[in-house]
Design a protein around this ligand. Sequence first.
Ligand code: NAD
Length: 339
Amino acid sequence: MSARTLGLIMNGVSGRMGVNQHLIRSVTDLDAEIASPANHIFFDTATTQMRPTLLEKAIAAGKHVYCEKPIATNLAEALKICRLAKQKGVKNGTVQDKLFLPGLQKIRMLRDSGFFGRIFAVRGEFGYWVFEGDWQAAQRPSWNYRTADGGGIVLDMVCHWRYVLDNLFGSVKSVSCIAATHIPERVDEAGKRYPATADDAAYASFQLEGGIIAHINMSWAVRVYRDDLVTFQVDGTLGSAVAGLTDCMIQPRAATPRPVWNPDQKQTIDFYDSWQKVPDNVVYENGFKAEWEMFIRHVVEDAPFHHTLVEGAKGVQLVECAHQSWQERRWVDVPSLVI
Ligand SMILES: NC(=O)c1ccc[n+]([C@@H]2O[C@H](COP(=O)([O-])OP(=O)(O)OC[C@H]3O[C@@H](n4cnc5c(N)ncnc54)[C@H](O)[C@@H]3O)[C@@H](O)[C@H]2O)c1
């Protein structure tokens, strides 16, 4: 076996995502690195707003590109980089980490085994309290709460929900979304008060191919009383499942309790009792690492790779449709993307 050297340009790895989830190293002269024939892949985890420009530069220089989500803050820019990558024939990919979560991998396994029968509903609950920054430091960067800096929970999370729903349940056909800024003022990293211009919560319904209805709440202004920071309940004719980041509980049809509505009587059923835990029969790798390895194989061995920039553009498209739905107070259909 011969060894092959891959030159990587890691941009923005001093950030939260870069440090925690990707490599700890940073590039100082980006233009020189992009121009250098020693480099083969440009990997961007920096600020979303700069991403399309930087990817464009790297693609124009013939580099393969891999990046964090969202691939752009708007669909026009997302499509532009998809087309450029296609034209130049470079390999491309974007982070779609939620699909690699053990909890959602278990849902996929249950789906493939036929456990659910016909799936008809999916409900997701995402979020936790992000401190305002006054009496306790905020645990997310302040740009997330400013629209002008690429913030907003719809932009941040709906692009995740697109690939989760598309890949696990059915492609998203339509969206209805209402968002809000529940906490209008926050305190930044320097201790300065600033107006929170971006949405910090959104409540969205989705119609999927095959008639499945999905509803996902997402919020940075919610206190957690559930098993995990994100949970998905999937209901089917033969069984239901509730997955968190790691664990997944199931209740098959035959183990479904029979509650009768009677507000005069204190509840006698322990509803958690009849659920069963899906065992960890396989070892689940860190999702960011697993997907990155798949991408490297795609570049080096031409192995198949599904999480392309076009898949990322679909996420940005759903973000735009959700924003439109919110602004116009109506359902918005999601057209097929033409690259
Ligand atoms: N996949 C996920 O679950 C996930 C989670 C959080 C963030 N993200 C994405 O990762 C990206 C970064 O988010 P974060 O939370 O790490 O933010 P962050 O503010 O912690 O990090 C951003 C980094 O980009 C750097 N940066 C800013 N402008 C730059 C420039 N001009 N050139 C080079 N570097 C620059 C900053 O110095 C910082 O190191 C965003 O696009 C975000 O959407 C993805």
